[in-house]
Ligand binder design. Sequence first.
Ligand SMILES: C[S@@+](CC[C@H](N)C(=O)[O-])C[C@H]1O[C@@H](n2cnc3c(N)ncnc32)[C@H](O)[C@@H]1O
Length: 223
Amino acid sequence: MNRTARPRLLDLYCCQGGATKGYQDAGYIVTGVDLAPQPRYVKLNPDFHQGDAIEFLLAHGSEFDFIHASPPCQLDSDCQRIMDREHPDLIGPTREALEAVGVPYVIENVAGARAKLRQPVELCGLMFGLTRTYRHRYFETGGGWSLPQPHHPRHEAPQAKMGRRPQPGEFIQAVGNFSGVAIVRDEWGVGWMNRDGIREAIPPAYAEWIGGQFLAAAGEVAA
Ligand SMILES: C[S@@+](CC[C@H](N)C(=O)[O-])C[C@H]1O[C@@H](n2cnc3c(N)ncnc32)[C@H](O)[C@@H]1O
């Protein structure tokens, strides 16, 4: 890694940019790639390329210090809905391309795809000071580095019922056509996103932590 410049991060399958925002907050210059047009992503980060993630990765991946990938998975019904068709499972092909490129990476996915990830670390909003978010997501690392598993605090509060606006004392459940977009925008700091983007996203706090862990592992900053 060039120690005089800001680190460069490639965000594959970037959607509206939940992961990108976290890496920006951790100090990275980010390039996003998504098959669909993402006008809301461009508001966050103008360096956006519309196209196939694996094609872009194979052509340009070696220009980056670190790569984040959130490939859709057949078991992730939200991803299928946003593209309005069945998705092929892209976890395996994405990993294969990442290994060919040889840059350190993280692959993120949902609980339904956990078994397809290699030794994933589980993240929960409670690990990052979020006050109304559990939103478990799973992260496989590769390319010569790994993440520690943070302590997982006990869940004390109930989640809002699927699709319902969270009532006082309830945690957010941002899936499907959920109500309470303004509550999530405020909780996660994603004011530029709409419902479609939020239901696909990881809270930026997760990516900010991962980005910091990677820089620490690379000897760039203290953990
Ligand atoms: C789960 S979302 C990613 C969410 C993002 N990581 C975030 O935190 O906001 C998956 C995205 O993959 C995109 N996608 C699906 N197939 C793709 C492909 N072949 N190449 C690039 N993007 C693709 C979809 O359009 C969707 O925006």
